[in-house]
Design a binder for this molecule. Structure first.
Ligand code: HEC
Ligand code: HEC
Length: 498
C-alpha cells in the first residue's frame, strides 16, 4: 500500500500543480494582452535560453527520476504484497472455519480439537443405544482430497450419525461456509510423522479389542439384563413412590414441621415453625420424617444416580451436619434440598418407564435376545491361527497385525456395525458404506494383487473406473500417506483371504 500510494500521490499532485500553473498563466496573459496568442510574438530565443529553461528541464528530470525509481520498486513489491493478501485471506477463512466448527458443534462428535470421538446412536438391529465412533479430522486430508472432504461435509454419510451440512445435501451451510470449514480442517492437520507414529498405538488397541471382545459382549449382555429388570420393576416401584414428593412437601412447608428455610425450598413462607434443636434450618420432626422418606425412596427405586445421591443423606437433629465424618459434610438444609430434586427425578423417570412399559420391555427384551445371539455366534471374532496358517505361513504376529490394521483403518467402512461397538460388529469385511470384501471379492475385483495395493495407496477417484468393474465415487480414501507399503501389503493379504 505504501509505495503505490506514494507514486499515485506524486502523480496526482504533479498533474494538479501543472494544471493550476497553466490556468494561472493563461489568466495572467489574458489580462496582459488583447491579441490572440498565435498572433502575438512569443518569447525570443534569448529570453528562452536562460536559467528559466534550465529550471523547467531540471524539474522534468527530477519528476522522471522519481517515477523511474518508484515504479520498479512498486512492481517488485507487488507479488509479495499479493501473497501477503492471500495469506491474510486464508487466515480469515481458517478463523471463520473455526467459528462454524464451534457453532455447529463438530467437536461434540469429532472431539474438541478434531482428534476423534463418538456420537450417541440407536443401533438399528438391536434398538440399543450405543456410541458410534467418529473419526479424527486431524489426518483426514492425508486420506481424502479437499474435494472429497467437501463431498462428505455437503452430503453427510448415510447410515451413520454424520449429518449433511451443505445446502445441497439439505444442511444449514452454504458453500462458502463449507470451504471455510475445509480451510480450518487443513489448518489442524497433524504432521505426517505423527500420523505415521500413531499406527502402532492403533494396532495394539485393535488387538486388545479383539482379545477382550468376548468379555465386552458379556458385559453388554449383563448391562442389558439389568436394564430389562429395571424396566420390569418400574410400574410397581412407581406406584410405591409416586406420592412421596407430596409427603416431603407437606413436611417441609407444613405448620409445626417447617422452618423459613425449608418452606423457602418450595417458594413458600412458614406460618408457624417447630423446634430446630441443632439450628440447621430443619425442624427436629422434619429430620425424623426426612430420614424415613429417604429410606422409603431408596428401597423402592432403581439403582440410579439419583438413588446414589440420596444414599449419602442422613438426618440427625442433634447435629447440624450429616455425614460429618466425610470430607465435605452436608448441612441438613442442603440435604433436604437434594432430596427435593432427587425425589422428583426418580419419580419422573419411573413414571416415564411405566408409561408404555409393555413396549419398552419388549424392546429391551429384543435387545437382550440380539446380544445373547451375538455372544453365541461371536461374528466379530477373527480366527487368527487360521488366518496365519492360511495366508502368513503360520506367522501369528503377521496375522495379528494384518487383522488389527484392517480393523483400525478399513473396518469402519467395510465391516457392518464396526463403529457401533464390538457387540454390533458383523463379520470382518461384511460391507457397510464400502462394499463387502467377503467371498474372495477383492480377488475378483483385482486379479493382480499389485493392482489392489495401488488402489489402496491411491483410493478411488470420483468418476474413475478401478479393478474389473469398480466405479469410483471418491469415497474410498487413499492410504499411501498414512500407512507403510508393508502394512498395506498385510492388509491386502488379509482382505484377499476373506
Ligand atoms: C452427530 C455427530 C457428528 C457431528 C455433529 C459431525 N460429525 Fe462428522 N462424522 C460423524 C461420524 C460418526 C462420521 C463417520 C461416519 C462413518 O462411520 O463412516 C463422520 C465423518 C466425517 C468426515 C469424513 C471423515 C472420514 O475419514 O471418513 C468429515 C470430514 C467430517 N465428519 C467432518 C465434520 C464436520 C466439519 C462437522 C461439523 C460441521 C461434523 N463432521 C459434524 C459424526 C458427526
Ligand atoms: C471412509 C470409508 C472407507 C474406508 C475407511 C475404507 N474404504 Fe475401501 N472402499 C470404500 C468405498 C465407498 C469403496 C467403493 C469405491 C467408491 O465408492 O469410491 C471402497 C472400495 C474398496 C475396495 C474395492 C472393493 C470392490 O469390490 O470394489 C477395496 C479392496 C477396499 N476398498 C479396501 C480398503 C482397505 C484395505 C481399507 C483400509 C486400509 C479401506 N478400504 C478403507 C470406503 C472405505
Amino acid at each position: 500500500m505504501g509505495l503505490g500510494a506514494v507514486a499515485l500521490a506524486i502523480a496526482v499532485l504533479g498533474i494538479a500543480g501543472w494544471l493550476a500553473f497553466l490556468v494561472t498563466q493563461s489568466r495572467v496573459r489574458h489580462r496582459r494582452q488583447a491579441a490572440a496568442q498565435n498572433l502575438s510574438p512569443f518569447l525570443t530565443d534569448d529570453e528562452l535560453e536562460n536559467t528559466r529553461l534550465n529550471k523547467v528541464l531540471l524539474s522534468a528530470l527530477i519528476a522522471t527520476a522519481v517515477l523511474a525509481i518508484v515504479m520498479p520498486v512498486y512492481y517488485l513489491n507487488e507479488s509479495s504484497r499479493q501473497a501477503a493478501a492471500v495469506v491474510h485471506f486464508d487466515d480469515q477463512a481458517v478463523e471463520r472455519g473455526l467459528e462454524w466448527f464451534t457453532e455447529y458443534k463438530c467437536g461434540n462428535c469429532h472431539g474438541a480439537n478434531g482428534g476423534g470421538g463418538g456420537a450417541t446412536y440407536v443401533e438399528k438391529r438391536s434398538g440399543i443405544k450405543t456410541t458410534w465412533s467418529a473419526p479424527a479430522l486431524t489426518d483426514v486430508l492425508y486420506r481424502y482430497t479437499p474435494d472429497e472432504v467437501e463431498y462428505w461435509l455437503t452430503y453427510g454419510r448415510q447410515g451413520t450419525p454424520m449429518p449433511a451440512w451443505g445446502a445441497e445435501g439439505g444442511g444449514p451451510l452454504d458453500s462458502q461456509q463449507i470451504s471455510d470449514l475445509i480451510a480450518y480442517i487443513a489448518s489442524i492437520q497433524a504432521p505426517q510423522s505423527d500420523v505415521l507414529a500413531a499406527v502402532e498405538g492403533k494396532v495394539s488397541r485393535e488387538l486388545a479389542r479383539l482379545l477382550n471382545a468376548d468379555q465386552q459382549v458379556a458385559d453388554a449382555v449383563a448391562a442389558q439384563q439389568a436394564a430389562l429388570a429395571a424396566l420390569e420393576a418400574a410400574p410397581s416401584q412407581f406406584a410405591a413412590v409416586q406420592g412421596i414428593p407430596a409427603e416431603l412437601e407437606t413436611v417441609l412447608t407444613g405448620a409445626g414441621t417447617c422452618t423459613d428455610g425449608s418452606a423457602a425450598l418450595y417458594q413458600q413462607a412458614c406460618a408457624s415453625g417447630g423446634m430446630d434443636s441443632d439450628r440447621d434450618g430443619l425442624t427436629d420432626v422434619a429430620e425424623v420424617e426426612l430420614t424415613d422418606l429417604v429410606a422409603r425412596m431408596i428401597l423402592n427405586s432403581p439403582e440410579s444416580d439419583a438413588a446414589t445421591a440420596l444414599g449419602k443423606l442422613a438426618f440427625d437433629h442433634t447435629n447440624a451436619f450429616t455425614n460429618s465424618d466425610g470430607p465435605t459434610p452436608i448441612p441438613d438444609l442442603t440435604g433436604a434440598e437434594t432430596a427435593v430434586t432427587e425425589f422428583n427425578t426418580i419419580v419422573r423417570d419411573l413414571g416415564l418407564a411405566s408409561q408404555n412399559n409393555e413396549r419398552l420391555v419388549t424392546a429391551a427384551q429384543h435387545g437382550l435376545d440380539y446380544l445373547a445371539g451375538v455372544a453365541e455366534t461371536r461374528p466379530y471374532q477373527i480366527d487368527i491361527p487360521g488366518l496365519a496358517a492360511e495366508v502368513f505361513s503360520g506367522n501369528i504376529t503377521e496375522a495379528q497385525r494384518a487383522a488389527a490394521l484392517f480393523n483400525a483403518y478399513c473396518a469402519r467402512c467395510h465391516t457392518a456395525g464396526y463403529s457401533a461397538g464390538i457387540a454390533f460388529t458383523e463379520a470382518a469385511g461384511s460391507g457397510a458404506i464400502g462394499p463387502s470384501l467377503r467371498d474372495g471379492r477383492a480377488e475378483v475385483q483385482f486379479p493382480d494383487e499389485a493392482d489392489q495395493v495401488k488402489f489402496i495407496i491411491k483410493g478411488s477417484v470420483n468418476g474413475q473406473l478401478y479393478g474389473i468393474n469398480g466405479i469410483g465415487r471418491g469415497w474410498m480414501p487413499g492410504f499411501g500417506a498414512m500407512l507403510s507399503e508393508e502394512d498395506i501389503m498385510l492388509i491386502v493379504k488379509f482382505e484377499r483371504s476373506l
